[in-house]
Design a protein around this ligand. Structure first.
Ligand code: NAD
Length: 476
């Protein structure tokens, strides 16, 4: 079922010029399920040459035609979702239902940006003299180099690719090496829909080698990266050195605040589902739970009750609700976070260990009473690990929520309108979801502030990242 993954350059599926491949591993079985082609500099040069040709064609393609082609690709993805989902589950680990949901959402993202493609309006500015026309026009910025990670192999890519294609840009996508097959299916849908050769190119290889080559290259005008804050800072600096526009979607450490007037049943259920979705490997996952003193026991009882129902297993099994973590290195990373927190005095409420020794399965884990000096209270755990502490007052909760340099997502539960309104103003975070979980829709802005990066990947803001503004003043 899992096929070897090739590069896509200039409209053709191809192996690396060097013939080099890497193995793809199923995190549920640790078996090699296929290989992926491993691009070197010769392949990157071919991708750049192809993108230059593709950009010339695509920027001259009317926006309505671009939109129609994108809608066709979205239709192909919907038709193929049942076949794409198991590819994603086998390479990434997530349950089949999550993989199918991610694939179907990708089609919605493409449709949404297709609709935006025909709305990249400029404007006319009234002139100071008769016969002068002052025009502001929007143009595609050029060839975009996009770097996407393994936690959402399709969705991290589709947000960048759809916005870029809608704007009229060509793309070189460096997909996730550990989960390449489903990302390749996204590219295949565009290719099969008739996207002109070279408009969307897909490469895999050594991430640092590819970014160090593409970002400085004069053909590349736009960088978009999703991944850790440390790598994001490095790539943003490189983009800055070479005067390239950049969008940075980086890590998070989302506070989830439960006030004493919250609907505890809803809070526990929704937060547990979103903490352990994708085995916690989500940049907007609720991470630092802050629960007001008087409802702490009531919340914990419900929260642990919801967690006890999670069924960990191979994502291909129909009853699995949480798969393995996506790669082997997450296991020691989680073990080290937990050991360090416990050395700092944290208590283990549930979980804490790897399950078995075949497949990268880890118990849904909850730590409580964690001092802010513990490493996990300051670094993104990126796994099935919830951290629960108490708070006394509104101001205490806000202080803790804003303590870190991360500012991606935040969650809160309260029935008080006054509290809800104050939260929206006071929390330093790119996205705040209150009394429900409502982030990452195609039409809503997705992005962070502070060390979580800059730029937006959803909503009307997202296409702007791929557009250049040009001012033309003309006398008749
Ligand atoms: P990592 O920092 O090595 O890699 C993260 C991502 O960045 C990967 O997709 C990788 O291919 C890419 N990358 C790494 N170095 C790069 C470079 N020099 N140029 C271009 N791309 C590069 O870490 P990891 O072990 O893969 O993941 C661990 C951490 O990464 C997590 O703890 C989490 O903080 C972060 N992460 C965040 C997201 C997100 O959605 N924001 C997704 C995946 C990983």
């Amino acid at each position: 079922m899992y096929q070897d993954v090739l590069l896509h350059i200039g409209g053709a599926w191809t192996g690396a010029a060097s013939g080099k491949t890497l193995d793809v591993i199923n995190p549920a079985t640790e078996e090699v399920i296929g290989t992926l082609a491993h691009a070197g500099i010769a392949d990157l040069d071919a991708a750049i040459a192809a993108a230059e040709t593709g950009f010339a064609t695509w920027r001259a393609t009317p926006a309505h035609a671009r939109a129609a082609l994108m809608r066709k690709a979205a239709g192909l993805i919907r038709d193929r979702a049942a076949a794409i989902a198991p590819i994603m589950t086998m390479e990434q680990g997530k349950p089949l239902a999550e993989a199918k949901g991610e694939t179907m959402l990708a089609a919605d993202v493409i449709d949404w940006f297709a609709a935006e493609a025909v709305r990249t309006y400029g404007r006319v500015i009234p002139a100071r003299a008769d016969g002068i026309y002052q025009l502001v026009v929007k143009e595609p910025v050029g060839i975009a180099a996009c770097f996407t990670p393994w936690n959402f192999p399709i969705n991290q890519a589709v947000r960048k690719v759809s916005a870029a294609l809608a704007a009229g840009c060509a793309v070189i996508l460096k997909g996730p090496e550990e989960t390449p097959g489903s990302c390749a299916e996204l590219v295949r849908a565009f290719a099969d829909a008739g996207l002109p050769a070279g408009v969307l190119n897909l490469v895999y290889g050594i991430p640092a080698e590819i970014s160090e080559y593409l970002i400085p290259h004069r053909a590349i005008r736009k960088i978009s990266f999703t991944g850790s804050t440390a790598i994001g800072k490095h790539l943003a600096a490189l983009a800055g050195t070479h005067m390239k526009r950049a969008t940075m979607e980086l890590g998070g450490h989302a506070p989830a605040i439960v006030f004493e007037d919250a609907d505890l049943d809803a809070a526990a259920k929704i937060l547990a589902a979103n903490k352990f979705r994708n085995a916690g490997q989500v940049c907007v996952a609720p991470t630092r739970f802050l629960v007001q003193d008087s409802v702490y026991e009531g919340f914990m009882e419900r929260f642990l009750g919801a967690i006890a129902k999670i069924k960990v297993g191979d994502g291909l099994a129909p009853d699995t609700t949480m798969g393995p973590v996506a790669n082997e290195r997450r296991i020691p990373a989680l073990e080290a976070f937990i050991a360090d927190a416990r050395n700092h005095g944290a208590k283990l409420a549930t979980g804490g260990e790897r399950i078995g020794n075949k497949g990268y399965f880890f118990q849904p884990t909850v730590l409580t009473d964690i001092p802010t000096t513990a490493r996990v209270m300051n670094e993104e755990p990126f796994g099935p690990l919830a951290l629960v502490n108490r708070f006394a007052t509104f101001d205490d909760a806000i202080t803790e929520a804003n303590r870190l340099d991360y500012g991606l997502a935040a969650y809160a539960y309260s029935r008080s309108t006054r509290t809800v309104t104050a939260l929206g103003h006071r929390i330093e975070s790119g996205m705040i979801s209150i009394n429900h979980h409502g982030l990452a829709l195609p039409e809503t802005p997705f992005g962070g502030m502070k060390d979580s990066g800059y730029g937006w990947e959803g909503g009307a803001e997202a296409i702007d990242a791929y557009l250049a503004t040009k001012f033309v003043t003309q006398a008749s």
